[in-house]
Design a protein around this ligand. Structure first.
Ligand code: KG4
Ligand code: ZN
Length: 340
């Protein structure tokens, strides 16, 4: 049977809908960003996020079907993020998907958002082959994962405190840059000196564990010292030095995992993998190590429903769908399939 999956992702502050078919092929993929609404609060307001998902979702589904030149009668399954994420936001997507699956009488597939990020490189024409090492770097997670087959994951290590994206967001806030911080820091860093500040690279000797809170404090201390002496804050140099420090730390751990597991394929996924300096430095260094680097196209790095539809496709091919009573799972772990 050929599939035409309607996929919904509402785990955080982006409402996303995609139509995905076998191949995999993405017939349409839309993201309605809520950034403008949350920006004035300096971060995500959960209650506002759920309300906006509820307002946006039906219209976005209609547009995604239109763009894909498909109708509800073509849909063979509903895919939806079951977790992890904000409970209220997840609930909106899940309620919609449950209702649509029931009306259309098609299977419902609850998806782990992090599996979506892990499989996002499969949306590109040249996907990795199993086994591969994956570095997941998003706003909520930073982890190194060994992927040996479909839904065979081993988490090698994760962050002990802040996620890499979270560190970008917090440092941006310290510097008065807007939310989300990653793209803003990247822009500023382009004209800064990455060697201007020697920020600490944490846990280099703890193989696959990460920590970014010390780096965040070091940046804050530098800003305070400069302020105390009345010196202008060199925003571009701080951004460039901070970004270089994060990239170096991530590379150090990722290449170590590749060496230890003798794996020549490395994926980098999640919002932070949209950072062009990161992909440039990773691809240069990967080439010298004879490692093949896989990074999803930019629109599939940050949250999107195409990666959720793709993961659902793999789940259906492995014989997994969910019961209509599947609950939201805000604290779902990286290696787990959603419980049904
Ligand atoms: O994967 P994602 O869209 O959502 C989560 O699942 O968390 O990641 C969002 C995170 C934010 O922290 C954002 O600042 C970061 O990804 N990000 C970036 C860039 N674009 C987004 N970080 C660094 N450089 C970027 N260009
Ligand atoms: Zn995400």
């Amino acid at each position: 049977m050929s599939h035409c999956i309607l996929a919904i992702e509402t785990s955080c502050d982006d409402t996303s809908v995609a139509i995905v078919g076998d191949g995999p092929v993405v017939y349409s993929s839309l993201v309605a960003s809520q950034i403008r609404s949350h920006r004035r609060f300096g971060g995500i307001v959960p209650e506002l996020a759920s309300r906006q998902h509820a307002e946006t979702l039906p219209e976005l589904v209609a547009r995604a079907l239109y763009d894909a030149q498909r109708s509800f009668s073509d849909i063979t399954a509903l895919a939806v993020t079951a977790g992890p994420g904000l409970e209220g936001s997840l609930l909106v997507g899940l309620a919609y998907a449950k209702t649509a699956a029931s009306i259309l009488n098609v299977p419902l597939v609850g998806v782990n958002h992090l599996h979506g990020h892990l499989y996002a490189p499969f949306l590109e024409p040249l996907p990795p082959a199993f086994p591969f090492i994956s570095l997941v770097v998003s706003g909520g997670h930073t982890a190194l994962v060994r992927v040996t087959d479909y839904f065979q994951f081993e988490e090698l290590g994760r962050t002990r405190d802040d996620a890499a994206g979270e560190a970008f967001d917090k440092v941006a806030r310290m510097l008065g840059l807007s939310y989300p911080g990653g793209p803003e820091i990247e822009k500023q860093a382009d004209s800064g000196n990455p060697k201007a500040f020697a920020f600490p690279k944490a846990l280099l000797h703890e193989r696959f564990e990460f920590s970014f809170s010390g780096l965040k404090t070091a940046v804050l201390n530098s800003i305070r010292q400069l302020e105390a002496t009345g010196t202008d804050i060199p925003v571009q140099d701080i951004c460039a030095s901070f970004q270089a420090c994060v990239i170096d730390t991530l590379w150090h751990k990722a290449v170590e995992a590749c060496r230890i597991f003798q794996c020549r394929q490395l994926c980098v996924t999640g919002g932070v993998s949209a950072n062009q300096a990161l992909t440039r430095i990773f691809s240069d260094r990967a080439a010298t190590e004879s490692i093949r680097l896989f990074v999803p196209g930019r629109r599939y790095c940050t949250d999107n429903a195409a990666m959720i539809g793709l993961t659902a496709l793999f789940q259906l091919q492995s014989g997994y769908s969910s019961r209509p009573s599947i609950p939201v799972q805000p604290s779902l772990q990286l290696c787990d399939l959603p419980r049904s």
